[in-house]
Design a protein around this ligand. Structure first.
Ligand code: FES
Length: 116
């Protein structure tokens, strides 16, 4: 099987309601993943593209969190309504959707980790 041209990981981690940390599932990440899968099946993009669920990506304060490899581009606050734009611009045109991108300087900081 050829390697993936784009591999999309969507955090669907669930935390208890009384957790001090937030989680992507509380921000509809399962619906984000469903939308990616639905549109990928329908659009048949060029190349090999796959969307998978992932556990916590440690950017919980910025969810719903999506990361696309091999580019290593992180998106935060992603909603199901954002998915067509990510597919159209990032996957099809090779553009970064800047309005959703998590800047490198925020990744893995207390803000992104949602540390108490
Ligand atoms: S719960 Fe989604 S990044 Fe941690």
């Amino acid at each position: 099987m050829p390697k993936f041209d784009h591999h999309i990981f969507v955090c669907t981690h669930v935390r208890p309601e009384d957790s001090r940390r937030s989680c992507c599932s509380a921000r509809n990440s399962e619906l984000v993943l469903e939308r990616f899968k639905e549109l990928l099946a329908r659009r048949k993009p060029r190349g090999v593209v796959r969307a998978n669920k992932s556990g916590c990506l440690n950017q919980c304060g910025l969810g719903a969190t999506v990361v696309i490899y091999p580019a290593g581009v992180w998106y935060g606050g992603v909603t199901p309504e954002d998915v067509p734009e990510i597919l159209e611009r990032h996957i099809e045109k090779g553009e970064i959707v800047e309005r959703l991108r998590i800047p490198d300087e925020i990744l893995n900081t207390p803000r992104s980790l949602d540390a108490p």
